[in-house]
Write a protein that binds this ligand. Structure first.
Ligand code: BES
Ligand code: ZN
Length: 879
């Protein structure tokens, strides 16, 4: 039995009847029984209207109710009703009154990691989206903004560090070996941004002087002894603060900024006002233990949470339907941050790869939903690739349509107008309209219509008249609950290339010149005619991936290879290479032979062309689409094992041809200067990793020896990871040997255990199922820690299609068993793991049946959490 799905609808939004102007929270911290007292200044919302007396309803979950006072006196039992989800005062005493509640909670017993819980021996909170109600009674919705004062008291020896939002305004001993601290946050905020941390932590400190001259103390709190590994996080924070000033004109607004790294965390990180809490895997880094990718992720996520201070905290969301208002926009901002600091082209490729691997499949399956959903049963399940990544793409399209300058003017209007409020997507778009003078009502459909638009372009060249006609048609597939969609407003950046790869001027029939190559598609079918086109040009379309669409240009191998070699838009160079590679795997075998050698030759040119000038980009060019991405281009009959085998045959042919060149490139790009996490060095290591991984497909033994040598000579984690990842794709006995050596050396570091588990979990072999089961039984694994679960079972399900979708259903069964067991401990993580079944209908019939059985077994098992029940019923289509 699933807990009754109470569906929440956007159209039902009503402003809150009651506001909490300010609150004093008092925490008497004890591991098994913490008492939370809240003193709330309640006020009728003048905007709400309604009858003279309106009940006050507060949310609560897993709270043991202790006492209730109204205006200083004990409330009579007849004055309120308490059940396991709500506290209701049917007849509040006046339009303003003081409500005092006391509850008892159990941090140690909190395995859901939502609310107040214990991690690494410390206390920590996670409140987004609806965790605050697991701490105290509250109108737990983001449009109730309050001033928070927090007093906490705890055992002084075990918890020397006491942190909350805002400024420390008092502290001292509290008797009995206990001490206290009082924190005051001058900014009104919704409950989801509340945070409290208490415990014994080490700190890495720094300062940042803002553009206005405010000196801010920055502190990164980590497990004691790991302070040295917080240096990169600290530098990243400074870089983020500087960047937000320079690019968005946004300054930090308090004297302190704290980040706490914890080992148990449901997500990556959380932007609580001036007290971010991070999964420690996105804080801790040094050459020995973190890869270049880890360094890049840390920089990006530190940036993301910092950028929320303006896009999320100062301006928050009116309701959870508006989640993309803060998340899509902030992902856009962190993408720009990384693009400005590193390589714009490489970042774009990484982001599109990620969009294709995670968002396109979501948008094409039973869990598809609009960037701004209009109904939900469990909000935890809407922190999705669609809200985040497609949400960021939508903001990027606005940026493309308006241009940097106008876009920034619109942002300034947004910040000025909505600071201190809880806003909507409509508010945001109104600022874009105001700054640009454009009508964005059609564009708004990107927020309300789910499904990835398909765009087809056909070309009609008339050499006599020197014209090229592009006819563009768009369609948007049906998605659950949505059919017959209206056309989107699509910014499509294009170029027409001459034989030397030069961009032709784009002049339309009426003599207008399109300097930026930007076409605006608004109809279902639309034509554009360009003049002065004597020779048939090569079309480069959707440059920089200007819109998140599936594009069909009908271009053949020759044109694609030309784009791969010559396009000056680096994204489209990569895109052309990916398209050819994809076709090599997906097309009929007899179409492959000729193409294969031409593709290999083109790739060889790319290697020579880029290895010295841009190895980071070369690395992307050398990474061929994986099985999951290949599968996402198929609508049905997916057989991951067959795709894997064909892909390997294609890789073997390519690698065989390129072997000497790859070997030479691998040697040539070795980094000889002292290690740094710089983008330059990282690029060289990435190109070497890509070369080595391709080499594994040529001559297994020679490459395995090279990988082993790489492992032995490695002086940093990136080089170790490159060796192990390469070996992980092989059947070489060296793989096991090196994995054993790795855990022997790094086994006492939980983040290294995660890496090791992930390598095991992604071994593309059917026997991986049994290996994962064995590891789950070992001491290396714990179902209580989300990082362990994601590294082993999450990676198995999402990044090992061969084993997960084993034809006998053993992989599906393993994941289903895990989901069921985990749901009793941590519903959020269990529900997320269940989304790995989202494309089950696209498998070939045998696998599809096995997947259905696994899903139905979950559905039938009784007592599912609301989060998991929601995913399973929608995935099965029984919602
Ligand atoms: N606000 C989220 C974190 C969050 C989401 C907490 C849902 C609880 C429930 C945070 O800003 C975020 O988006 N974090 C991402 C990483 C980010 C770089 C996209 C995450 O945790 O995955
Ligand atoms: Zn975020």
């Amino acid at each position: 039995m699933t807990s009754a799905p109470r569906v929440v609808r956007l159209e039902d939004y009503a402003v809150p009847d009651w506001l909490v102007d300010s609150v004093h929270l008092d925490f008497d911290l004890h591991p098994r029984e913490t008492v939370v007292s809240a003193r709330m200044e309640m006020r009728r919302n003048p905007e709400a209207g309604g009858p003279e007396i309106v009940p006050l309803e507060l949310d609560g979950e897993e709270l043991e109710h202790l006492s209730l006072r109204i205006d200083g006196r004990e409330a009579a039992p007849s004055e309120y009703v308490v059940d396991d989800r709500r506290l209701v005062l049917p007849r509040p005493p006046a339009d303003r009154f003081v409500l005092e509640t006391r509850v008892r909670i159990d941090p140690e017993g909190n395995t859901a990691l939502s609310g107040l819980y214990r991690t690494g021996g410390n206390y920590c909170t996670q409140c987004e989206a609806e965790g605050f109600r697991r701490i105290t009674w509250w109108p737990d919705r983001p449009d109730v903004l309050s001033r928070f004062t927090v007093r906490m008291e705890a055992d002084a020896e075990e918890n020397p560090v006491l942190l909350s939002n805002g400024n420390l305004v008092g502290s001292g001993p509290a008797g009995d070996g206990r001490h206290y601290a009082v924190w005051e946050d001058p900014f009104r905020k919704p409950s989801y941004l509340f945070a409290l941390v208490a415990g014994d932590l080490g700190v890495r400190e720094g300062t940042f002087t803002t553009m206005g001259g405010r000196e801010v103390t920055l502190r990164i709190w980590v497990q004691k002894g790991k302070e040295a590994r917080a240096g990169w996080a600290l530098e990243s924070l400074k870089a983020a603060m500087r960047w937000d000033e320079e690019r968005f004109g946004r300054e930090y607004d308090l004297d302190e900024y704290n980040i706490v790294a914890v080992p148990d965390f449901n997500m990556g990180a959380m932007e609580n006002k001036s007290l971010n809490v991070f999964n420690d895997k996105y804080i801790l880094a040094d050459a020995e233990t973190a890869t270049d990718k880890d360094f890049e992720n840390i920089e990006a996520i530190i940036g993301h949470e910092y950028f929320h201070n303006w896009t999320g905290n100062r301006i928050t969301c009116r309701d959870w339907f508006q989640l993309c208002l803060k998340e899509g926009l902030t992902v856009f901002r962190d993408q720009e941050f990384t693009s400005d600091l590193r390589s714009r082209a490489v970042k774009r490729i990484e982001d599109v790869r990620n969009l294709r691997a995670r968002q396109f499949p979501e948008d094409a399956g039973p869990l598809a939903h609009p960037v701004r959903p209009d109904r939900y049963a469990a909000i935890d399940n809407f922190y999705t690739a669609t809200v985040y990544e497609k949400g960021a793409e939508v903001v990027r399209m606005l940026h493309t349509l308006l241009g940097e300058e106008t876009f920034m003017r619109a942002m300034d209007i947004y910040f000025a107008r909505y600071d201190g409020t809880a806003a909507t997507v409509e508010d945001f778009i109104a600022c874009m309209e105001e700054a640009s003078g454009r009508d964005l009502s059609q564009f708004f459909r990107w927020y309300t219509q789910a499904g990835t638009p398909h765009l087809a372009i056909s070309q009609d060249h008339d050499p006599e008249r020197g014209t090229l006609r592009l006819t563009i048609t768009q369609s948007i597939p049906d998605t659950p609950g949505q059919t017959n969609k209206k056309p989107h407003h699509i910014p499509l950046r294009i170029a027409l290339l001459d034989g030397a790869g030069r961009e032709l001027p784009l002049v339309t029939e009426d003599g207008r010149r399109l300097d930026d190559g930007l076409l605006e598609i608004t109809g279902r079918r639309q034509s554009f005619v360009f003049t002065g086109v004597k020779e048939r040009p090569v079309l480069s379309a959707n440059r920089g991936f200007s819109a998140p669409i599936r594009l069909e240009t009908g271009q053949g191998l020759e044109e694609l290879l030309f784009l791969m070699a010559r396009d000056r838009d680096p994204f489209n160079r990569w895109e052309a290479a990916q398209t050819v590679a994809r076709r090599l795997v997906l097309d009929e075998p007899h179409e492959r032979t000729q193409s294969l050698s031409e593709y290999a030759a083109a790739l060889a040119t790319v290697v020579r062309d880029l290895r010295e000038t841009d190895p980071a980009f070369l690395a992307e060019m050398l990474r061929l689409p994986g099985v999951n991405v290949l599968a996402s281009f198929l609508e049905s009959d997916v057989n991951p094992q067959a795709l894997h085998d064909t892909r390997n045959r294609v890789l073997a042919r390519i690698a065989g041809t390129l072997e000497p060149l790859l070997r030479e490139t691998f040697d040539m790009l070795a980094v000889t200067e002292s290690w740094s996490p710089s983008h330059e060095q990282a690029g060289r290591r990435a190109a070497r990793a890509a070369a080595l991984s391709l080499l594994m497909h040529a001559d297994g033994d020679a490459a395995a020896r090279l990988a082993r040598e790489t492992w032995e000579r490695a002086t940093n984690m990136t080089e170790r990871a490159m060796a192990i990842s390469a070996l992980s794709q092989s059947a070489s006995p060296l793989r096991e040997e090196v994995l054993d050596a790795f855990i022997g050396r790094f086994g006492d570091d939980h983040l290294m255990v995660d890496k090791w588990l992930a390598w095991h979990a992604t071994w593309p072999h059917r026997d991986c199922v049994e290996r994962v089961r064995a590891l789950m039984e070992s001491d290396w694994f714990s179902l209580k820690n989300p990082n362990r679960v994601r590294s082993l079972v999450g990676m198995f399900a999402s990044a090992n299609p061969v084993a997960f979708a084993r034809a006998d259903g053993a992989g599906f069964a393993l994941v289903a068993d895990t989901i069921l067991e985990l749901d009793r401990l941590n519903p959020q993580v269990a529900a997320r793991l269940a989304t790995t079944f989202r494309n089950w209908r696209t498998y070939e019939p045998v696998r599809r049946e096995r997947a259905r059985e696994a899903l139905e077994r979950i559905a039938a098992s009784g007592r599912l959490s609301g989060d998991l029940g929601d995913i399973v019923t929608r995935t099965l289509g029984t919602a």
